[in-house]
Write a protein that binds this ligand. Structure first.
Ligand code: TAP
Length: 517
């Protein structure tokens, strides 16, 4: 078909060069998954330069899935050379934007064709419940590529009436240009989706990239690399390096030929990255960092909805969700009823194998994270918060934690301030009718990623959403992110949006050209 012809034309000399992949295969979830496990540099899968590898672990039972290449600084440097060459001299830079869009659509189609395989790999590598992995982790990744594919031929500048336009005949216009080689560093909670959110915007803008997945969840990123070759994306445009943050991530931040770094992860690492980006070559950065998102539930809410969505605001994806509600403020008159309704619902949650279609709650992503969550709960108990439910590891193999509920959490406590990033609902009461008081407490955090409010009073909802100091406000809903809507935080939750047109602009620079005629 046309795309295949086009792809062959673009690949030119490379068309005879077949992609060789040393797959790890596994029979799981009623299918055979084929997983690339090596570094992906300049269109080829290859071992790390120093031959090192590490094990990636299945959190459902703690078993080793396979060995994965452990990239070194030398691998980063080779990948950056390839990305620079692809940007400056390869077909990617010369291609017209509509054709670039076609390739990204093709990539999205291939991801869809492989969605069950991708979701299965995500499920075994990250512990994501398969049904959610299919719908959200993989489903939204596909939508993200389609959305940004559509932007490729709509990247436009402006004509600007400068003062000299008359009587001299001058014309100023702007062009939006790609930045060049971009680095992307992502966390483990939504491995493929975080890749998609950043890479799709980056590629649509015409850049090339070197991406480091989280060390604990590298497998869907490497599968994605394989699909990118099948979609005809030219060599060097996408490079994927599994490895450590301290080495690969740090080198990407320091590298003199990288012009932008897109990061999602913790606030302390974000600060370190920004510093390194500044000191090396002043590369542009965008940072999606931690959160402690407040959710305010007023007594005039739709109780059923507030219970259902309040639960998912915390327990969605085992709480490993950047916009998870880190603290719920419940109005005093409904507090006790709300808590007993939540307990009732927690008891119905099915904890188990994430590949089982009836499972609601899978294992935490990795062992160190589970340990940190258990310690988080211990601190809560020691400080005097009331542990109403859970707080323990589930007695079965793997890294499972009980969905947990704390009440009587006071403002000075560790739990009220620090993010858990796990299935821990942290509830505080507020006095009936005290809208300004609860707003003040909700905003008393250095984070500002997301927030939410439940009330049937539209005026109260508007008043509260105006005053919540966060990049996202959900009113009578939660977790409703969409590829077309900008996503990102205020304050120490970072800056620079993912998704929507705003994300595209993060990966473009503006050139002003003035002509006298
Ligand atoms: P981090 O420790 O910050 O790790 C994130 C990524 O940065 C990983 O790939 C990590 O590599 C890498 N990294 C570590 N040190 C680095 C360095 N010196 N230079 C460059 N890269 C480095 O976060 P995490 O524990 O994986 O993820 C949990 C945190 O991420 C939470 O705080 C959560 O709020 C935040 N998060 C935020 C969002 C959004 S959208 N704001 C989304 C998801 C998660 P390794 O693989 O070696 O650790």
């Amino acid at each position: 078909d046309f795309i295949q012809m086009f792809v062959r034309k673009l690949r030119g000399e490379d068309q005879e060069e077949e992609l060789i992949i040393d797959y790890e295969t596994k029979d799981v979830n009623n299918m055979t998954v084929k997983m690339p496990h090596q570094c992906f540099i300049n269109g080829k899968f290859e071992d790390a330069e120093n031959g090192k590898s590490y094990n990636t672990i299945n959190p459902t039972d703690g078993s080793v899935i396979c060995k994965v290449s452990y990239a070194s600084v030398g691998d980063v440097d080779r990948a950056v050379v390839a990305a620079k060459e692809a940007f400056e001299k390869g077909p990617w830079g010369r291609m017209n934007p509509r054709d670039r869009g076609m390739m990204l659509y093709k990539l999205a189609d291939l991801m869809e064709e492989h969605q069950e395989e991708l979701a299965t790999i995500e499920s075994i590598d990250s512990g994501a419940v398969y049904t959610l992995a299919l719908k959200t982790h993989v489903g939204m990744s596909i939508q993200t590529f389609r959305y940004f594919a559509g932007w490729c031929d709509k990247i436009q500048g402006k004509t600007i009436p400068i003062n000299q336009a008359r009587p001299n005949r001058n014309l100023t216009f702007t062009k939006k240009e790609p930045l060049g080689v971009c680095a992307i560093v992502i966390p483990w909670n939504y491995p493929l989706m975080m890749l998609a959110w950043k890479s799709a915007a980056c590629l649509a803008a015409g850049n090339t990239l070197v991406l480091k997945p989280a060390q604990v969840t590298p497998l869907t990123a490497l599968k994605f690399a394989e699909l990118s070759v099948k979609a005809g994306i030219p060599k060097g445009v996408i490079n994927i390096l599994p490895g450590s943050g301290g080495m690969v991530g740090q080198r990407l931040s320091d590298h003199p030929d990288i012009r932008k770094l897109g990061f999602t992860g913790s606030t302390p690492i974000g600060k370190q990255i920004m510093k390194s980006c500044a000191l090396s070559n002043l590369k542009k950065v965008s940072l999606e960092l931690g959160g402690k998102s407040p959710l305010i539930i007023f007594s005039d809410c739709d109780m059923d909805k507030a219970v259902r969505m309040g639960m998912s605001s915390v327990y969605f994806n085992k709480g490993e969700n950047c916009i998870a509600a880190g603290r719920l403020f419940v109005e005093e008159s409904i507090h006790d009823e709300y808590i007993s309704r939540v307990v009732e619902e927690i008891k119905k949650m099915k904890i188990g194998d994430p590949l089982d279609r009836s499972t609601d709650h899978g294992p935490q992503n990795h062992k160190a994270h589970l340990d940190k969550l258990l310690e988080y709960c211990d601190i809560g108990v020691k400080e005097g918060a009331t542990l109403v439910y859970g707080g323990r590891q589930v007695d079965r193999p793997g890294f499972f934690m009980e969905p947990t509920l704390f009440t009587d959490v006071e403002d000075h406590m560790f739990m009220a301030k620090e993010e858990s990033f796990g299935p821990v609902m942290v509830v505080s009461k507020f006095k009936d009718g005290d809208v300004d008081g609860v707003l003040q407490r909700a905003n008393d955090t250095e984070y500002g990623l997301a927030s939410g409010v439940f009330t049937r009073d539209i005026n109260k909802a508007m008043y509260v959403s105006e005053r919540l100091d966060a990049g996202t406000v959900f009113v009578n809903t939660y977790n409703k992110t969409d590829v077309a809507s900008p996503f990102g935080g205020f304050k120490q939750s970072g800056f620079g949006k993912d998704l929507g047109e705003d994300a595209l602009l993060e990966y473009l620079k503006t050139k002003a050209i003035t002509v006298e005629y």
